[in-house]
Design a protein around this ligand. Structure first.
Ligand code: MG
Length: 182
């Protein structure tokens, strides 16, 4: 795991390639809580829809609950940062999981990122964002100066718009993967 923002080369990469994530993973379950802790991450901001669970799944399943417990055991706090516009979506999910949240987060704008960090008492260097969308989760994370972790959307099926967006994102996903291997 890279240490994230703060190093000169990383800052240069951020300016040149704001749409590239620091790391990509197939799913959240491939992100090792101990590796985050070892990289100095204390706060993990998480997108909700298609990152933690598919769209429309109202509460966390046991796998997500176990992953959150593993994060907590490593001293990494999970915080849900969701753009979902349905008023109760993020609230119901976060409360069921027992973690703080911001709904209508307005990613890729940065105020919700800063609000979450202030609420949790963490600096950008201690913070990461995990999400499935480059133009909201990753771009917002880059702008806020936090470590960015991109996952594959859990489910694209049933929404033509999601396929289109994924097509536009594809080159940036591929470049991030290639950069990780370099
Ligand atoms: Mg999402």
């Amino acid at each position: 795991m890279r240490a994230g923002p703060g190093t000169e080369s990383n800052e240069v990469m951020t300016l040149k390639f704001p749409l590239l994530a620091d790391r990509t993973f197939r799913s959240i379950f491939d992100i090792e809580p101990s590796a985050l802790a070892a990289a100095g991450i204390r706060l993990l901001l998480a997108d909700l829809d298609n990152t933690l669970v598919p769209y429309g799944v109202p509460e966390p399943d046991e796998a997500v609950r176990a992953w959150e417990r593993a994060l907590k055991a490593e001293g990494v706090k999970l915080f849900i940062l969701s753009n979902n516009r349905k008023s109760d979506r993020a609230k119901r999910f976060a409360e069921a999981l027992g973690v703080p949240f911001i709904g209508h987060a307005g990613k890729p704008k940065t105020p919700s990122f800063y609000r979450a960090m202030e609420e949790m008492g963490c600096t950008p260097a201690q913070t990461a964002i995990v999400g499935d969308q480059i133009f909201t989760d990753i771009l917002g994370g880059r702008r806020a100066g936090v470590t960015t972790l991109l996952v594959e959307p859990i489910r694209l099926a049933g929404n033509p718009g999601r396929y289109l967006r994924y097509g536009v994102e594809w080159p940036f996903r591929a470049l991030t993967k290639r950069r990780n291997q370099a």
